[in-house]
Write a protein that binds this ligand. Structure first.
Ligand code: NDP
Length: 240
């Protein structure tokens, strides 16, 4: 039986590319999404991959969602914690809700999904968890105390959980993407984006499939000796 992978936020953007890359490896994919029904429908029609709706920031919804995936497709062997949001603003203008939503979804989602799946992976002696962090979690970014804190937290979470999973055949790694040409980056005002691109050593935005290839490698047997690592896929931006 093929391994089952849940990709959170897996129906569009980077997550869509990850769902497709893991499908190409022969895994059975469950693509989670939050509420964009149109994108999810088009994605499923086009790829044949099943989409499952729940909020990764809701602990019980993750337990129920993963139980539903297990019932329909089989126990979950691979989790890609990709779902994420931005609520940017300088501290003076950032509301508690903006802080809390980003922490609850971007960082809390990783905890909730691990709680829903780690025990089963441990019992079966095999698992892969890949968490999507960010170069802005490594370096910080003006106007993103919430996002940078959550993504930085993901990098710590990865190293801590990797230590718990190592002796059970479970690897836990992170990827730190730079700026990738998705809807999330389309929301950045053009003059700001120009300045950002000027600081990327390779001189361009990344593409979703460039992140997906990294995730696919970390989920493969070839990566069994890699755990607690962060792979920087950001055109060299993490060095600045
Ligand atoms: P998009 O905004 O294009 O897509 C976000 C995805 O996450 C959507 O599928 C969305 O579902 C889903 N999502 C959002 N909130 C929730 C939630 N509460 N529960 C479940 N799913 C949710 O983002 P990107 O593809 O650009 O980003 C993907 C990941 O990569 C994020 O974690 C982001 O922080 C990270 N990243 C992105 C970078 C970039 O430049 N794009 C750079 C560095 C990191 P729905 O379609 O239903 O709304």
């Amino acid at each position: 039986m093929s391994k089952v992978a849940v990709v959170t936020g897996g129906t569009r953007g980077i997550g869509e590319a990850i769902s497709l890359a893991l499908k190409d490896l022969g895994y059975t994919i469950a693509a989670n999404y939050a509420g964009n029904e149109e994108k999810a429908r088009v994605f499923t029609d086009r790829t044949g991959i099943a989409a499952f709706k729940w909020d990764v920031g809701d602990h019980q919804a993750c337990l129920d969602g993963c139980a539903q995936v297990a019932e329909k497709l089989g126990p979950v062997d691979i989790v890609v914690n990709n779902a994420g949001i931005t609520r940017d603003g300088v501290l003076a203008r950032m509301s508690f809700e903006d802080w809390n939503d980003v922490m609850r979804i971007n960082l809390g989602g990783c905890f909730n999904m691990a709680k829903a799946t780690f025990g089963g992976m441990r019992e079966r002696g095999w698992g892969r968890i890949v968490n999507i962090g960010s170069v802005n979690g490594q370096a910080g970014q003006y106007g993103q105390v919430n996002y940078a804190a959550a993504k930085s937290g993901i990098h710590g979470f990865t190293k801590a959980l990797a230590q718990e999973g190592a002796k059970y055949g479970i690897t836990v790694n992170a990827i730190a993407p730079g700026y990738i040409d998705t809807d999330m980056v389309a929301a950045v005002p053009a003059p700001v984006l120009e300045k950002i691109v000027a600081k990327i050593p390779v001189g361009r935005l990344g593409h979703a499939h460039e992140i997906a290839r990294g995730v696919a490698f970390l989920c493969s047997e070839d990566a069994a000796f890699i755990t607690g690592s962060t792979l920087s896929i950001n055109g060299g931006q993490h060095m600045y």
